[in-house]
Write a new protein. Structure first.
Length: 843
């Protein structure tokens, strides 16, 4: 500080230009405030001074900091970047965080922005210009982080003006701006408000902002379709209200630049008509099914947290009370849940008691924070960390913590989660959805979920599937501009959302829906009958399991056994590996639930998408290509020995079989087999049936060699697709392309069957393709004789197979092998008798 001046350090690295050179009149004409613009060369934004983060929109494209002297500094990364809706931005701190000078605030993908943003020029401006002015700035040079950039000094406070008197006028306005009141419209609004003498406020759901403060207006988070109220008090109140309402209408009519098309968005062939730019959006399938319904946009306002702290003991008591109440509510809900919903709630209860989290909150309380601020900072730090890890699953777990953050804050604030009155057949649209928000929705009214972000393995996706609600995620930001009430057709199998379909399209969707319902009811009624093709070939339909409750559900659905027990559920999210007794108890419980039917237990498939914290795997540049699956078991043979001992002790003898994951060479099978033989000899047990998973192209093309050492193969189509196509299966952007029906994957499956048949080994499929009705005839035609799919898929699979003939399956498989893409394979129709009857199932 020089005299009364505060020196601000460079928050970004790059060329510094005068603000007037910004290619955007809102910034160039200093409507938002005075400052400079930086053309960044590094994708980071750091704090220019000590301060508090007072503005951080969910799109994370801009951050506002309040310095200790009260100056408010907005750093806006690029121009018109709000339209990216967070794509390419990674917040590193939370709203409300107190930060040190130089602390990392956000990171962004420079290349991505260079391609998608109007300009990279990033304004750094003082937004409370009534109280602070730019004293000096050093422009026309390259700056590095932390170098002095500009200085700010306090000026006479405009806020000391006497409160306005006179008439009060109010008016409600529905915001029609695609991106709501973000920086530019907020600045225009603030400038317009400055023309009137009246005091003017903008209110959204009970939260109020001074209309002259663009930052306060931005902080309201007003979105497209929100109803705001403009209130003016003073002599020119009527003119002020009308003036601002007219400005909003004009801004809307003049239109904002259209947002760039998101990568996940695809226009269907029929959507080329110019009439409806949103006619079909493409996303990633997250829960199967078809829904026709009305759009309901779910917007959860931020919870307002009391900032001022009382005595330490009071704040501690308040936080403990809120944590206890949240835990009790979770417990109540857990008791009423079954299956995966229950497990997710259990995980949330564990997070709530996390000692590090509690310690972090206590430290904040001791430092003088109120209960709400302490909780927000403590858990917010973890959310930011998880979001910062370049692993989609970790980011999805951040949503779980964000959910707990919200639940506890709601209790502290005394607010209740806004209850949404859903109409019947609601298709809920959300930017992201937290598990508790989904559980709060009336399941009898939710027809489907259309989510802008999210991933197919998020807890919301799992819950939606368990609730039988079709869901599509990663639809991109344009889904948020769909009007409430718009008619939608959501296809959870294909990952598509059709907006405002015409009469013909509606009729087609209704027919498909009716056929689907009838088929499901039929399939369920005959689920327990045995499964043979129409011409008598036996095809076994098994279920993939990962927990005890699922086994019972699988049996109810007519599964003939478990073709894949993913034992990682016992090994993950804990500090040490489970012992033999614990494993035996879990395996035995599942074996009992299967009532004597075969149980194929896969040995630990740790690594990559299935992290196990206590294994010292070290940092791997490419975990999917690193020490994983069988490689882990052979690197820690004691782990394998213990697991095999537990498996071999499951009774009755022979019910449990052993399956080895991620096999790439014969030597691995031999090494594992030797350990299994030792354990069996030690226990005096017979050697179990042994299978190898075919998940690597190496295993597929050497299946003839591997067949000599195993009793059966099971094709993991998820990993086989990932490795054949060189596409990360956990990457949401690629989710639509990692399709096991790609002819390259099908050729590897054909090769596996060819190799296996030389020694008469049966081949099963147990990846996602095995639950896919479009894939079943092709897999059977290629020679697969067992499908192990999701428990819920079993009835329909069995019903479909009963209507197929071997000739039909072989014919479609042959045609599939000759196609050039998965899309072409998916476009094939079954030939021969009975094909018409099943066309619905395959289209
Ligand atoms: C597969 O890769 O297809 C498979 C069944 O194993 P997981 O999905 O558990 O990796
Ligand atoms: Mg796998």
């Amino acid at each position: 500080m020089t005299g009364d001046e505060l020196v601000l350090l460079a928050p970004m690295e790059g060329w510094v230009a005068p603000i007037s050179e910004t290619p955007d009149p809102v910034f160039a004409e200093k409507m938002l405030g005075d400052g400079v613009a930086i053309d960044p060369i590094v994708g980071e934004v750091r704090a220019p001074c000590v301060g508090e983060v007072i503005g951080f929109p969910s799109s994370a494209h801009a951050v506002t900091l309040r310095a200790r002297n009260g100056a408010e500094i907005l750093i806006h990364v690029g121009l018109e970047t709000v339209a990216l809706a967070g794509e390419g931005f990674q917040p590193r701190v939370r709203l409300g965080a107190r930060v040190a000078a130089g602390e990392l605030l956000l990171t962004f993908d420079l290349d991505h922005l260079a391609r998608r943003a109007k300009s990279l020029m990033s304004p750094v401006v003082i937004v409370n210009g009534a109280d602070f002015a730019l004293a000096s700035a050093s422009t026309g040079r390259v700056t590095r982080f932390g170098e002095p950039l500009m200085s700010v000094r306090a000026v006479g406070s405009a806020s000391e003006a006497a409160p306005a008197e006179g008439e009060v006028r109010r008016r409600g306005v529905r915001v029609g701006l695609a991106h709501g009141l973000h920086a530019r419209p907020a600045a225009l609004l603030a400038r317009e408000a400055g023309r009137f003498g009246s005091e003017i406020a903008v209110t959204l759901r009970g939260r109020r902002a001074n209309a002259r403060s663009a930052v306060s207006v931005m902080a309201l988070g007003v979105r497209l379709g929100d109803e705001i109220e403009i209130e003016a008090r003073g002599d020119d109140a009527a003119d002020a209200v009308e003036g601002l309402a007219a400005l909003l209408a004009k801004t809307e009519a003049s239109g904002e630049p259209p947002p760039p098309a998101p990568a996940t968005e695809a226009m269907s062939a029929s959507s080329a008509a110019p009439a409806s730019p949103l006619s079909t959006l493409g996303g990633v399938p997250a829960a199967p099914g078809l829904a026709i319904g009305a759009a309901v946009r779910l917007v959860e306002p931020d919870v307002i947290v009391r900032e001022s702290a009382g005595a330490l003991a009071e704040e501690e008591a308040e936080l403990s009370g809120a944590l206890r109440a949240t835990a009790a509510a979770l417990e109540q809900r857990r008791a009423a849940e079954r299956g995966q919903g229950r497990e997710i709630l259990e995980a949330h209860m564990t997070f709530l008691e996390d000692p590090d989290l509690i310690a972090a909150a206590r430290a904040e309380l001791a430092g003088g924070a109120s209960a709400g601020v302490a909780w927000r900072r403590a858990i917010g730090g973890y959310v930011a960390q998880l979001r910062g890890i370049a692993d989609p699953r970790m980011m999805e777990r951040a949503a779980d913590l964000a959910d707990l953050e919200r639940q506890v804050l709601l209790r502290l604030s005394g607010e209740t989660a806004s209850s949404v009155n859903l109409p019947d057949n609601a298709i809920v649209i959300a930017d992201d959805l937290l598990p508790s928000q989904l559980m709060d929705l009336d399941p009898t009214r939710v027809a489907g979920l259309a989510i802008s972000r999210g991933g197919p393995t998020s807890h919301v996706a799992i819950l939606a599937a368990a609730m039988g609600v079709p869901a599509v995620v990663a639809l991109g930001p344009r889904v948020l501009s769909i009007e409430d009430g718009a008619l939608l057709v959501l296809d959870g199998d294909e990952g598509r959302l059709q907006v405002a379909p015409n009469q013909t399209e509606i009729a087609a969707a209704q027919t498909r829906l009716a056929q689907r319902r009838a088929r499901l009811a039929d399939a369920k009624a005959s689920a327990r009958e045995p499964c043979r093709t129409a011409d008598g070939q036996r095809i076994e339909v098994f279920a993939n399991l990962a927990s005890v409750p699922e086994a019972a559900a699988a049996m109810e659905n007519g599964a003939e056994g478990c073709g894949l027990l993913r034992t990682e559920f016992l090994f993950m999210d804990r500090d040490i590996a489970p012992g033999e007794a614990e494993q035996l108890a879990a395996y035995q419980a599942i074996a009992d639930a299967l009532d004597g039917h075969p149980l194929v237990i896969r040995t630990l498939d740790a690594g990559a998408d299935k992290p196990v914290g206590y294994l010292p795997l070290g940092t791997e540049a490419n975990p999917a290509l690193g020490v994983r699956g069988i490689r882990v078991s052979l690197a820690w043979p004691e782990l394998l020995r213990t697991q095999v001992r537990a498996i071999l002790r499951v009774g009755p003898a022979g019910q449990a079989r052993v399956l080895l994951p991620m096999i790439a060479s014969l030597a691995e099978i031999r090494a594992a087999r030797a350990i299994i033989a030792e354990v069996a000899a030690d226990l005096g047990a017979a050697a179990p049936q042994l299978g190898a998973m075919i998940e690597t192209p190496a295993a597929a093309v050497t299946a003839d060699l591997l067949a000599a050492e195993v009793d059966f193969f099971s094709i993991g189509t998820n990993d086989l697709s990932q490795y054949a196509l060189a596409m990360d299966r956990t990457e949401p952007q690629l989710a639509a392309q990692v399709d096991g029906l790609h002819p390259a994957v099908l050729r590897l499956i054909a090769e596996t069957v060819r190799g296996a048949s030389q020694l008469g080994r049966p081949v099963a499929a147990c990846g996602a393709l095995a639950s896919d009705l479009a894939a079943a005839p092709i897999l059977i035609g290629l020679g697969v004789t067992e499908l192990s799919g999701a428990p819920g898929a079993v009835p329909e699979l069995k019903q479909l197979i009963r209507g197929l003939s071997r000739a039909q399956c072989r014919e479609i498989a042959d045609r599939a092998l000759a196609q050039t893409s998965a899309a072409e394979v998916r476009g094939l129709k079954l030939g021969g008798a009975g094909a018409r009857a099943r066309a619905g199932a395959l289209s």
